[in-house]
Design a protein around this ligand. Structure first.
Ligand SMILES: [Zn+2]
Length: 160
């Protein structure tokens, strides 16, 4: 098929362990932030969460309208990952035709196991990282290098 007839690859989503919201700020859609979002707060009583970019905070510690303390809507050490987000990430990995593992250590489970879920579902796995990881022997292709250089090269774009 001539290159001009090809449609761009559909990106089903981005699964990230980052909490900084940068994927969304960069325009990525369907971002599953497994460890939460530092720009959201969660009521410690109700469990509800909402975006909160107030700075400085009007009161410290911040409180919900119900009076309970608010906390960052992120996963702290020792806490479980949010079940629905992890389930959605696993479902996306199972459906993937191509799964790119980019810039992760592949040491932190259960997120590190998503590549294996994708592989078991029949996806082609590629890893882009500056150094080998425990995932490297399990993927179809390892591309060693910084994502900031490798990804533009793969896409044939330049970033000034
Ligand atoms: Zn509340």
């Amino acid at each position: 098929m001539p290159a001009a007839c090809r449609s761009p690859p559909a990106i089903a989503g981005v699964i990230t362990q980052n909490v900084d919201g940068l994927h969304g700020a960069a325009g990525s859609r369907r971002v599953l932030a497994l460890h939460g979002d530092i720009f959201r707060v969660r009521c410690t009583r109700e469990g509800t969460s909402r975006e909160d970019r107030r700075a400085p905070l009007p009161e410290v510690p911040p409180r919900c309208a119900c009076g309970a303390l608010l906390r960052p809507d992120v996963v702290w050490f020792g806490e479980m990952l949010p079940g629905p987000d992890m389930d959605a990430a696993a479902a996306a990995a199972r459906r993937a035709e191509l799964f790119l593992s980019i810039g992760i250590s592949a040491l932190v489970y259960p997120a590190a196991g998503l590549a294996e879920v994708a592989r078991d579902g029949g996806a082609y796995l590629a890893e882009i990282n500056i150094e080998p990881t425990p995932l490297s022997p399990l993927v179809h292709e390892v591309i060693q290098g910084p994502a900031a250089r490798v990804l533009p090269d793969l896409l044939g774009i330049s970033i000034a």
